[in-house]
Design a protein around this ligand. Structure first.
Ligand SMILES: [Zn+2]
Length: 228
């Protein structure tokens, strides 16, 4: 029974490996005895956990999720605008929030490479590069260039784009429901050493259906995708 389960897994594993650009030498696997074969399957099981990384026209997808971070950039000419599914998602979230007496505002959404270039360089001129890198992305590294990211705030705008937004009733509500609309809090508290960014309760990244699993995991996107 155990053996047949393992064999049943093999075609799936081979497919996954092919996706990673690794090929399995079947002849060699078959040449081993039962014990050795079991060992080989365990190793393949570990390989299966490797992220599936694809770069299409300079845009990086990990397990089909578009990823931009301090290491992974977007091309300068990647210019999709705010995506319709994101507009629909945040508007629905704002409407549902309003029914709870909450008052959300959209603070920032899509940014072009050139706009991010201006922003970043202004911050560097004002605060120095080391400080600017804690809160601003370098051009080509902003999630806002994906068209999948929004910065949200409260109509009581004093807290907007500050960690104090994390103490507003708006955030208290959204932190546990944003995933139902396809969003994750992309730069969570306590994950600064992984994301490279300070805690940004206002910065929401749209990932669609996967948001629930990421939320339940309590991990940053990098950890969840095993690219941390
Ligand atoms: Zn943002």
């Amino acid at each position: 029974m155990y053996k047949s389960v393992k064999l049943g897994l093999l075609p799936v594993l081979v497919l996954v490996l092919a996706g990673c650009g690794i090929t399995l030498d079947e002849t060699e696997t078959q040449a081993h005895g039962t014990f050795e074969k079991g060992y080989a399957v365990a190793e393949i099981g570990e390989l299966e956990a490797l992220p599936d990384i694809e770069v299409i026209d300079g845009v990086t997808y990990v397990d089909d999720i578009l990823v931009v971070n301090k290491e992974i950039p977007l091309p300068a000419d990647y210019n999709p605008g705010l995506q319709p599914e994101v507009i629909e998602a945040y508007q629905q979230m704002f409407r549902d929030g309003a029914e709870q007496g909450l008052d959300f505002v959209l603070v920032s959404d899509f940014r072009t490479y050139d706009y991010q270039d201006q922003l970043y360089n202004n911050y560097v001129a004002r605060d120095g590069q080391e400080a600017a890198d804690q809160y601003s992305a370098r051009p080509g590294h902003s999630e806002h260039q994906t068209g999948l990211t929004v910065d949200v705030g409260s109509a009581d705008s004093a807290s907007n784009l500050t960690v104090e937004f994390g103490d507003t009733p708006e955030y208290e509500w959204l932190k546990d429901v944003a995933h139902e609309y396809g969003f994750i809090v992309r730069y969570p508290e306590g994950k600064e050493h992984i994301t490279g960014y300070m805690y940004e309760p206002w910065h929401l990244r749209y990932v669609g259906d996967e948001a629930e699993a990421i939320y339940e995991s309590g991990l940053s996107l990098e950890e969840y995708l095993d690219i941390d």
